[in-house]
Design a protein around this ligand. Structure first.
Ligand SMILES: NC(=O)C1=CN([C@@H]2O[C@H](COP(=O)(O)OP(=O)(O)OC[C@H]3O[C@@H](n4cnc5c(N)ncnc54)[C@H](OP(=O)(O)O)[C@@H]3O)[C@@H](O)[C@H]2O)C=CC1
Ligand SMILES: O=C(CO)COP(=O)(O)O
Length: 322
């Protein structure tokens, strides 16, 4: 039978969304590029590699043929932001005419584009949205209450909101696609900074300062790029910043924490904030985005930890707002 929703990318987030939607009675096809992973999921009814410990419900079908998943009218694209263009370019024919929902947080290196802008670039004229906001995959998969932002240009799509919401997974519509995506992308960079600060023992007061000043700079960037700073007060901004900067479940936070402790971070994990920091810092004014630029410089080894702290602390004193 034709799936109602296709999920492209069987990582932690894609699998969690597929589980939640299938549990709520939708017919879901979950595609992975790894045929062995698909066979294992079909056999064990679990994604042991990316989301162990949660059963795949009966309504979820793992598929290795992308065309099979793409029969669904709505497709969730749950791959890292740096992989989105390739996925869409390689499968443009199958994706034609579908509602494409980017389920990733980041800024493309080189182009500086946000996920829906990448979709618009590769498939102009299509219906494109983004699902973002505070959620750990394991929470969604286990049916814990979660609220996310579904951002799309224009008035929004009530039917899409309904199709992707469940009793435990509440989606809120947002028109400011730029602000929502910058919130999701930049909170990962600030979370790396928060992890560094705690890992290095600079203290929780310093983390609160970084989160707040980081939040201010995301707002400045949103306005510069045609979004609205007010969007950042929502789930995709404040909500996700709080979650990611305060939990050791966050890969971005843990990445920073390892650096702060002088340890090697786990490079096998998807840590979106690294590339996003570099993508934004590439053409940013450090006065406007001091935290993001410093995170990028630290990750590239251009500054050391103590030097980064001193450089941030020796910036000229200024008004809090504006
Ligand atoms: N995990 C979470 O709690 C949350 C994640 N997100 C966001 O979701 C996005 C995905 O993260 P997450 O699922 O955690 O990452 P994972 O590392 O768990 O999985 C990434 C998946 O993407 C696949 N992939 C990568 N490149 C391609 C490609 N070119 N074509 C097809 N598949 C590809 C990988 O396949 P392979 O295994 O073959 O490499 C893997 O299955 C990120 O932007 C993240 O910020 C958002 C909210 C929560
Ligand atoms: O985006 C997330 C929470 O909303 C997941 O955070 P990490 O990618 O840092 O694990």
């Amino acid at each position: 039978m034709r799936p109602e929703i296709g999920v492209l990318g069987a990582g932690a987030f894609g699998t969690a969304l597929a589980i939640a939607l299938a549990q709520a009675g939708r017919r879901v096809a979950l595609w992975s590029r790894d045929a062995a992973q698909v066979r294992a999921m079909a056999l064990t009814r679990e994604n042991t590699a990316r989301l162990p410990g949660v059963d795949l419900p009966a309504g979820l079908t793992p598929v290795s043929d992308l065309d099979e998943a793409a029969r669904a009218p709505v497709l969730l694209l749950a791959v890292p932001a740096q992989s989105l263009r390739r996925l869409v370019e390689e499968n443009a024919h199958a994706l034609q005419g579908r509602v494409l929902v980017a389920c990733c947080k980041g800024v493309e290196l080189g182009s500086g584009l946000l996920p829906t802008q990448v979709l618009d670039d590769v498939m102009p004229g299509g219906r494109h949205a983004v699902l973002t906001g505070p959620s750990f995959a394991a929470d969604i998969a286990r049916g814990k209450p979660t609220a996310l932002t579904l951002a799309m240009a224009g008035r929004g799509d009530d039917a899409l909101q309904e199709a992707l919401s469940t009793h435990h997974l509440r989606l809120y519509l947002e028109e400011d696609v730029i602000g929502a995506q910058l919130g999701g992308a930049l909170k990962n960079v600030i979370a790396i900074a928060a992890g560094v600060v705690l890992g290095a023992g600079f203290g929780e007061s310093a983390r609160a300062a970084l989160m707040t000043r980081g939040f201010a700079e995301i707002g400045r960037l949103a306005e510069q790029r045609g979004g609205q700073a007010a969007t950042l007060f929502g789930l995709s901004g404040f909500g996700d910043l709080v979650l990611t900067c305060t939990s050791e479940k966050s890969r971005n936070f843990r990445h920073g924490q390892a650096i702060g402790r002088g340890e090697a971070p786990d490079d096998s994990q998807t840590v979106e904030g690294v590339m996003t920091a570099h993508a934004i810092a590439a053409d940013a004014d450090p006065d406007m985005l001091p935290v993001t630029c410093m995170v990028s410089a630290l990750l590239r080894g251009k500054v050391g930890l103590e030097q980064a702290k001193d450089l941030l602390l020796s910036r000229p004193l200024r008004r809090e707002r504006g």
